[in-house]
Design a protein around this ligand. Structure first.
Ligand code: GLC
Length: 542
């Protein structure tokens, strides 16, 4: 059996969801408290970012124990209660498995450092470093204690890459998945999983900071098959997603092909790089609509034709809020938020909602570099100063691009600290919380629209399973596609700009039926007018 295509995933950054102890950090009991809210929204699965013991150099993506709970977030009893309570609402959990690397405080690394050869083979140690760059800046190699050797870390130097060539490493990691399966966990998100397959002989690679030397290597597919077989593949109702760094359609088709038994689906990030100048994140340019549209069409069409499956998303804990990037939020926040939502929830793939997206949360608009805590932002700020940018220029870029933009606490109400904590939040609350919060938005325009999108996917096989075909491919303003299943057809038009636009409708749609829009319907005809950021979904007649 394959996973259920009607499901919608909601992502919670546990640190920032709801604090019940007053320590300023969100916790598992806070998630239990909010389960009725999530059940009302209608989601099926909650993806939790790492809540395991960790020195928090990279906010939990530096794990020092894979099968325990960081006491800041609660206890194993809390975890079990959370899973059991969620089941009463038909909600399952998806846990974040960070298997490319572990924290240098993990006992494996500590034992390796202490000289144990068994554990030294858990890591990638070399006498001479290659020229590969860490994704967080600087060399990807650091001295391995005082041994004269170097260990590989594609991310922070406290995140040591694991040696997947070693079967003992693989076995340990498969055990981790099985531990959580034993606790009733059905979903797994595998962090940067397409980077686990390094060659045996590592050589310099001046192209793209070294990425081609370790990304999407064929052996990753073999490792995923082993992982699948040894763990989640034994559950009929498991749902898995791989986070794929700088990946290709060809590889994602393989990762998600049903008969290959690797993963249910993949995340890719190409569509969230359309506002990078020359591929560089730390820059400020308006987004490139043509590229965005082409990417959606190319991926949508190829995945559909070859039966691959994508995770669809605009936001996550590594991205600034999509509303700030793609929408004129001053004038059209509601319209823009609902249009963005429809553009993925009516498309082919599994939609992911990042906490706060369902109420149209925005970037926090911090005033000072002191408000940022993310290691990547802090390194990037320094790098920009070294490159000659003024402090003001660098801060402007951080404000637009920092990962902290999405990590600020969930805005529940307009009380102090947005109802997130009674203490001091670990990261400041966004400035907008008095206007944008759950209490207000629950009867606003955005939240009910998300509910409706989730409901429609459950009700209509056409949305959950239909094929994808690009429509109005040459338009400079609308991103549109058609879905089709058993002769039923749905056209989804999304106006990505704040300007009105007229489009011609094919005859099957002129006589069709409006399924959903974020504006009152004007009726259909030979031509129709799309209002600013309008989304319009039309079912073809007969
Ligand atoms: C993924 C995570 C990100 C983390 C990185 C290293 O990209 O989403 O938050 O910093 O992997 O684990």
């Amino acid at each position: 059996m394959t996973f259920d295509k009607r499901k919608v995933v909601y992502q919670i950054y546990p640190k920032s969801y709801k604090d019940t102890t007053g320590n300023g950090v969100g916790d598992l009991r806070g998630i239990i408290e909010k389960l009725p809210y999530l059940a009302d929204l209608g989601i099926d699965m909650i993806w939790l970012n790492p809540f395991y013991p960790s020195p928090q150099r990279d906010n939990g993506y530096d794990i020092s124990d894979y099968t325990a709970i960081n006491p800041d977030f609660g206890t194993m009893d809390d975890f079990e209660e959370m899973v059991a309570t969620a089941k009463t609402y038909n909600i399952d959990f998806m846990l974040d498995m960070v298997f490319n690397h572990c924290s240098t405080e993990h006992e494996w690394f500590q034992k390796a450092l202490a000289g144990d050869p068994y554990y030294q083979d858990f890591f990638i140690l070399r006498d001479t470093p290659t020229d590969w760059q860490s994704k967080f800046g600087g060399s990807a190699w650091s001295p391995f204690g005082n041994t004269g050797q170097y260990y590989l870390h594609l991310f922070d130097k406290t995140q040591a890459d694991l040696n997947w060539r070693n079967p003992n490493v693989r076995e340990e990691l498969f055990k981790v998945v099985n531990f959580w399966r034993g606790k009733g966990v059905k979903g797994f998100r595998f962090d940067v999983i397409n980077l686990i397959g390094k060659d045996e002989i590592l050589i310099d690679c001046p192209v793209d900071d070294g990425k081609p030397a370790y990304t999407d290597k064929p052996i990753v597919h073999d490792y995923l098959k082993m992982l699948n077989q040894a763990s989640f593949g034994q559950d009929d109702d498991s749902m898995t997603v791989g986070e794929m760094s700088s990946t290709t359609i060809e590889n994602c088709l393989l990762y998600s092909a049903e008969d290959r038994h690797e993963l249910s689906m993949t995340f890719n990030f190409h569509h969230l790089k359309v506002d990078y100048k020359d591929g560089q994140k730390w820059s400020l340019i308006p987004f490139d609509f043509e590229t965005l549209k082409d990417l959606f069409h190319t991926w949508g069409e190829k995945m559909s034709k070859a039966n691959g499956w994508s995770a669809l998303f605009w936001n996550n804990h590594d991205q600034p809020r999509a509303l700030n990037r793609f929408i004129d939020i001053k004038n059209f926040r509601n319209e823009g938020a609902t249009m963005l939502a429809a553009s993925i929830h009516l498309s082919r793939g599994t939609p992911y909602i990042y906490m706060g997206e369902e109420i149209g949360m925005l970037d926090p608009d911090f005033d000072s570099m002191d408000d940022y805590v993310d290691v990547e932002s802090i390194n990037a700020y320094q790098m920009m100063l070294e490159q000659g940018k003024t402090a003001e220029e660098a801060l402007d870029i951080i404000k637009a691009k920092s990962r902290d933009n999405s990590r600020t606490p969930m805005q529940w109400d307009d009380s102090a600290n947005a109802g997130f904590t009674t203490g001091t939040p670990w990261l400041k609350i966004g400035k907008s919380y008095q206007d944008i919060n759950v209490e207000k938005e629950i009867s606003g325009k955005i939240y009910p629209f998300y509910k409706e999108l989730i409901r429609l996917r459950k009700e209509m096989p056409l949305i959950a399973e239909g094929s994808y075909r690009p429509a109005y491919r040459d338009s400079r303003q609308i991103y549109a596609f058609e879905r089709e299943l058993n002769g039923e057809r749905l056209l989804v038009l999304n106006n990505f700009y704040g300007e009105v636009l007229t489009v011609d409708l094919a005859s099957a749609y002129q006589n069709g039926q409006v399924l959903l829009s974020n504006y009152e319907s004007d009726g259909l005809g030979k031509t129709i007018t799309l209002k600013p950021y309008q989304t319009l979904a039309i079912l073809a007649k007969g």
